[in-house]
Design a binder for this molecule. Structure first.
Ligand code: XIL
Length: 451
């Protein structure tokens, strides 16, 4: 009874807030000088993980409210926080975050319904039949409470093992219910809140590897059998041992090609300065290059509260100053920072013309392939660009479109044919067909220069 009452009042609030959100979005679309508004200009959300206990800190709340258009409760919706004992739901901290987000016109990602970690011990000790019931009750309890208020739910988190085997991870759910628990969780979730996008979320699946192949096979199977799944989340926790994979975009694209949205759900990149900034820009560009990549979330507002605070992996330092990574993300999103702020490379007015070039293989038929290079202008409009592509020695190019090549050995320098003029942050590209002549290696794309 009390759950139903809360649900009704929450839904009513959500309706009122939706109107406010429209106004906020319309306002910020003009400025495009924050992460959220710049991302909105690209049809994406830009979110952050949020901890309820920091919302009372003025600088934290001000940075959150100014910059982000989506929030993910960092811990507050996990099983240990929401159903610490069976059938007793506690939503206080999660409600604080959802209420805050709604008054600011931000979307909310739900994280997470079924996960082996931060799981109360009462769940792990249940027998199979009880566990199945408890899992479904938990999904219904959370999704019912927030029905209509969550844009995407991480229904199942981290169900696959690391390493080369592509196997499922041992967990109470896997060990007692078998592979079918994931499918069952998604079916229960669809019925509980038909409006929410249902996501599978994992880490070390950001590039093409055995683990992401296993998730890919599962998603493909779900799509072929009509199991309800709408999106795949890529956590994207990066550091020097686990850098941004070179095939990140290709991996996002192959999942998108299965007919699901993709989202970058927990982005953080350890490091500092221009190297960290460049990595962040690469991630944002990868998402923007994949039309079904609907948004990005960084895993925290400030380095000082990061779960990896030693690695200073976020966009704002401990004093809420914008780091170089912030400027790089903003300009990759096509936004414009405060002119003259050294943290904002590519600011309008600073006169620096820049572009980036990224490569993907768009088709492969064994003896040959098609390559596509996407050119994206930095924070200034440009009137021309130049990109170099170095082909592996054996390979030869038989066709090229939307660009004009000149050759020096196996290095092809490409300039625009008709598509030199780009607005700040806008993209174009050229494509080419390659005969492999025995080598399947990828070409290397050099630095893009703009004029
Ligand atoms: C982390 C939180 O950031 C920490 O505060 C908490 O102590 C542990 O969990 N993958 C996930 C997230 O899906 O829920 C994790 O969040 C980070 C890794």
């Amino acid at each position: 009874m009390s759950v139903t009452m809360r649900r009704l009042s929450r839904a009513a609030i959500a309706g009122l807030v939706a109107a406010a959100a429209l106004t906020a979005a319309a306002h910020s679309a003009e400025a495009a000088d924050t992460l959220g508004s710049a991302a909105a200009g690209q049809g994406r959300y830009f979110g952050t993980a949020v901890a309820a206990n920091h919302l009372g800190e003025a600088d934290y709340a001000a940075t959150l409210d100014r910059e982000f258009s989506s929030v993910t409760p960092e811990n507050e919706m996990k099983w240990d926080a929401t159903e610490p004992s069976r059938g007793t739901f506690t939503f206080g901290s999660a409600d604080r975050i959802v209420d805050h987000a709604q008054t600011q016109g931000m979307d909310v990602r739900g994280h997470t319904l079924v996960w082996h970690s931060q799981l109360p011990s009462w769940v792990s000790s249940l027998g199979a039949s009880d566990l199945r019931t408890a899992m479904n009750d938990h999904i219904n309890g959370l999704m019912g409470h927030y029905k209509g208020e969550i844009h995407s739910w991480d229904v199942v988190n981290e169900a696959f093992q690391d390493g080369g085997s592509g196997a499922r991870r041992s967990s109470p759910f896997q060990d007692k219910l078998g592979n079918g628990f994931i499918e069952e969780a998604f079916r229960t979730a669809r019925a509980a809140d038909p409006a929410a996008k249902l996501c599978y979320n994992d880490y070390n699946t950001d590039g093409v590897n055995a683990k992401s192949n296993a998730v890919y096979a599962m998603v493909k199977d779900f799509k072929s059998r009509g199991v309800p799944i709408d999106c795949v989340g890529f956590q994207s926790h990066f550091n020097s041992n686990s850098p941004v994979p070179s095939d990140y975009r290709q991996n996002l694209q192959r999942f998108a090609d299965l007919g699901v949205d993709v989202q970058i759900t927990e982005l953080d990149i350890e490091g500092s300065g221009s190297a960290q900034a460049a990595d962040y820009a690469e991630v944002v560009e990868a998402c923007l290059a994949v039309s079904r990549c609907t948004g990005m979330t960084v895993w925290g507002v400030t380095d000082k509260y990061s779960w990896r605070s030693g690695g200073t992996p976020l966009l704002f330092d401990g004093d809420y100053n914008e780091k170089p990574a912030y400027g790089a993300v903003l300009s990759a999103l096509g936004g414009s920072g405060d002119p003259g702020d050294p943290g904002d490379p590519g600011d309008p007015g600073d006169g620096t013309l820049s572009c980036t070039a990224t490569y993907t293989r768009t088709a492969d038929w064994g003896s040959g392939y098609n390559g596509q290079v996407t050119i994206t202008a930095g924070g200034e409009p440009i009137s021309s660009w130049t990109a170099t592509v170095t082909l592996p020695a054996q390979q030869s190019v038989s066709a090229l479109w939307n660009g004009t090549p000149t050759w020096s050995g196996n290095v092809m320098t490409v300039r625009p044919s008709w598509n030199g003029t780009l607005a700040a942050g806008a993209s174009t590209g050229f494509g080419f067909t390659v005969a492999k002549n025995g080598s399947d290696a990828a070409p290397a794309v050099g630095t893009c220069t703009a004029s």
